[in-house]
Design a protein around this ligand. Structure first.
Ligand code: PHE
Length: 369
């Protein structure tokens, strides 16, 4: 058989349009800027609920195929996240292809902003892995369609703190159900990754009496958690088999896969990372092992809720944001109920919940058009 000439890199043989169709994507833009050397992919997954929203990830991908796969999966995750959280936005995501070890460059982010600006508000971006406040400021020099930078004098919690809040509340709701415990006193939580969200989550958990085990590639951050929070630091690959009540993936995606799920020794998986499951079937593996997996796109929605509240024409309302984040534990409880009642994985239950709202919106749109 002759390989499809369209496909580069790894051994994927499916043509591009089939791949868009299979997961429901609307468009992927390949963006390059001659002057700065920017190479970026902008994906629109499903904009039934509103303009596409999603962070900008900057990463040294092995090849273009890996970058494309990432942007496709992440943008789909954003559709599900917005839908499940009751937000009126669609799913989008941007990945910037970086050279290994290269520092982020202002000119590339400014060029990216010019691309985003062409969509005139149909795409809004924000923070993600590799893109922090400074990079958001660079994007904001060429487009206003960027969220996450508080306006001067605006007093609001950091977005990462809001994500951590949702994760902690969801985790507690689940522990109440699964182990009948109302607080975190003595609960052993294994936190993978001490980035913006992971560190804040670890701090909040420690304040409530949790015993922490952490893994982190940056030794400075690991030491900080050990010194300030009394965390036990373990090697990155050990985090999957450490004995704990809760495993909290707060680093990159794909960590729950055929290899790791078998080795987990926890009751609950509740973390902030996007795309925690390697493949859909991994949710079933967790279900079979009776590990309560709290679907990432439901539990980590605090950041998206907070970010998108900045677009509110009436202005950012901190109380309303908190009210929305406090609905995350209710949603988690509902998913656990459905999972128990119907004998399906929490992931399946969550997909059903998110897709139902999309379908209703799609029908309503058809009727009015
Ligand atoms: N990247 C973050 C997320 O995955 C935050 C974000 C949400 C950024 C919405 C922009 C828009 O949720």
């Amino acid at each position: 058989m002759i390989a499809c000439p369209l496909i580069c890199g790894s051994n994927v043989k499916t043509p591009y349009f089939d791949r868009l169709q299979r997961r429901g994507h609307e468009a992927v833009y390949f963006c390059r800027d001659r002057g700065s050397g920017l190479r970026a992919l902008i994906a629109f997954h499903d904009t039934t609920l509103g303009p596409a929203a999603g962070g900008t990830r900057r990463w040294a991908y092995a090849d273009e195929e890996e970058a494309l796969q990432d942007v496709l999966r992440l943008s789909e995750g954003m559709t599900l996240k917005c839908s499940a959280a009751g937000l009126n936005n669609g799913g989008g995501k941007i990945v910037m292809l970086a050279e290994p070890g290269a520092a982020p460059r202002r000119e590339q982010y400014r060029a990216l902003g010019r691309f985003i600006d062409r969509f005139q508000g149909h795409f809004v971006t924000g923070e993600d892995v590799g893109t922090g406040d400074e990079q958001l400021r660079w994007i904001s020099q060429t487009t206003r369609w960027v969220v996450g930078l508080p306006a001067a004098g605006m007093d609001k919690p950091e977005t990462s703190a809001q994500t951590a809040l949702g994760v902690r509340l969801g985790m507690k709701a689940c522990l109440r159900r699964v182990v009948g415990k109302d607080d975190l006193e003595g609960v052993r939580v294994a936190v993978q990754g001490l980035g913006h969200v992971g560190m804040k989550l670890a701090r909040a958990l420690a304040r409530e009496g949790a015993r922490l085990v952490v893994s982190e590639v940056d030794p400075g951050k690991a030491q900080e958690a050990a010194g300030q929070l009394g965390a036990e630091v373990i090697e990155p690959q050990e985090i999957y088999r450490t004995d704990c009540d809760v495993f909290a993936p707060c680093a990159l995606g794909g960590v729950l896969n055929s290899r790791t799920v078998e080795s987990l020794r926890c009751r609950v998986v509740a973390g902030s990372a996007n795309n925690q499951l390697g493949q859909d079937g991994d949710a079933e593996r967790l279900h079979e092992r009776q590990i309560a997996y709290l679907p990432d796109f439901v539990i980590n929605a605090g950041g998206a809720i907070d970010n998108l509240a900045m677009l509110d024409p009436q202005g950012y309302d901190a109380d309303r944001v908190e009210e929305q984040i406090r609905k995350i534990p209710d949603r988690i409880e509902r998913l656990l109920d459905i999972s128990l009642e119907h004998g399906i994985s929490t992931q399946k239950a969550a997909l059903h919940m998110a897709r139902e709202r999309l379908e209703t919106a799609r029908q309503a749109r058809k009727e009015t058009s």
